[in-house]
Design a protein around this ligand. Sequence first.
Ligand code: FES
Length: 152
Amino acid sequence: MASQIVNELKYLEGATLPILHALQENFGYVDRRAVPMIADALNMSKAEIYGAITFYHDFREAPAGKRVVKLCRAEACQSMGCEDLVHYLETKQGIKIDSTSPSGHLTVETVYCLGNCALGPAALIDGALVGRVDKELLDAVCAERPHERMEG
Ligand code: FES
C-alpha cells in the first residue's frame, strides 16, 4: 500500500510533501521504514526525506492517540495562560507535550496560532476548534485514561 502511494505520486513536481501527506492520511503517521523507499523513488537522500518529516510539524512518526489535542502556544494564547495548561497537563495529568500517552488514549501537540486568538487559549480537539480552553475541559479529554488502563 505504501509503495503503491509512492509509485503513484513520485512523478509529481515536488513529490515529497504529497507523498508524506498521502502516507499520513492512509496510515495516520509516516513510518520511518518508508523513508528509504521514498528516497529511492525520488532520487533523494534519506536525510532529505527525514528532514521534511521533522520540519513539518503536521507529520507524525507514530500513530496518534484516540484523542488529539493540538494546543496553541503562540503569543496571544500565551498571554491567556496556555503555558499554565501545558504545566497542568504535564504535572497533574502526567501527559508529555508533543507525545502520546502510554495508554494510547491521548496525543497532545503544540501548534502556533489557530487563528482563534481572541478566544485564547485555543486548541484543536479531535479536529474541532475550541476557545477558552481550561483545566476542566482538559480533565474531560484526559478522563478515559484510567478506564482504558483497567481494560488493558
Ligand atoms: S495565538 Fe493562539 S490562536 Fe492565535
